[in-house]
Design a binder for this molecule. Structure first.
Ligand SMILES: Nc1ncnc2c1ncn2[C@@H]1O[C@H](COP(=O)(O)OP(=O)(O)OP(=O)(O)O)[C@@H](O)[C@H]1O
Ligand SMILES: [Mg+2]
Length: 228
């Protein structure tokens, strides 16, 4: 989706006002990344990429904005972006959105003795995303929110492609590799059982017979840890 939203400039003084009293949630080598304001809004900061990539032409803030909108159009719970601003002085964009009340799936799993129900649900959630043509490359458990009514929602939605048709088997298999990116998530899923996750996924997606055999082959190729 190459429809670019409009970003408006933000001055240093305005930024100070916007972030007054905010708590820092995430930072990295380039600086602050995620702030939480006292009125429960998130300010997410996007820094320019050093290497020359497509991010120069289609910056991550714009992708984030467009993806969040398209997800909601498809009925997938995600962020409702409010402001897209450009901080010229620091060469970075920022997006603001109301906090979705919930905890990340990773934190939720860390706080329960048996999280199997959450992982059963993860399989069907993946089916929903894939059936809706959504390939979310940052699909780790820190980017899935468990909301107060136990629905799942997505945050950190910059790195994603969204199509009008369901994902093919290759993309599905690649998405399982993305799911294994974080060590904590791998440990959690290994304990639960990769086979159990895949069985649940295939049943919910209606993938059987030769398509199931092919998917397993692809997963062995793209996410070998799942089939060891
Ligand atoms: N809408 C939201 N509702 C609730 N919590 C949120 C929301 N957005 C962000 N957070 C919290 O802020 C943290 C970081 O947000 P996000 O994943 O967008 O940033 P990030 O820069 O990608 O961090 P990381 O690289 O660690 O994934 C999340 O793990 C979550 O705890
Ligand atoms: Mg994240």
């Amino acid at each position: 989706m190459w429809l670019l939203p409009r970003s408006t400039p933000i001055s240093a003084a305005e930024f100070e006002q916007l972030r007054a009293g905010a708590r820092l949630l995430e930072r990295d080598g380039r600086g602050e990344k995620v702030l939480l304001t006292p009125d429960k809004h998130i300010i997410k900061l996007f820094y320019p990429r050093r290497r020359i990539t497509s991010a120069r032409i289609y910056p991550y803030a714009y992708r984030f904005w467009n993806n969040a909108r398209q997800l909601r159009e498809k009925g997938i719970i995600s962020i409702s972006c409010e402001q897209l601003r450009y901080d010229r002085q620091n060469g970075r964009h920022l997006i603001t959105y109301p906090l979705l009340p919930g905890t990340t799936l990773r934190d939720r799993l860390a706080g329960v003795s048996n999280g199997d129900g959450y992982l059963d649900k993860l399989a069907t959630y993946l089916v929903t995303l894939h059936a809706n043509g959504i390939l979310f490359r940052s699909i780790h458990m820190g980017n899935i929110l468990v909301l107060e009514n136990s629905d799942y929602g997505l945050i950190d939605v910059a790195d994603m492609t969204i199509r009008q048709w369901p994902l093919g088997l290759v993309k599905r298999a690649r998405n399982f590799r993305h799911l294994l990116h974080d060590r904590r998530d791998r440990e959690r899923l290994e304990k639960y059982g990769y086979d159990r996750l895949l069985d649940n996924y295939e049943t919910a997606a209606g993938i059987s017979g030769y398509r199931r055999t092919l998917l397993r082959k692809l997963i062995r190729h793209y996410a070998p840890a799942m089939t060891l």
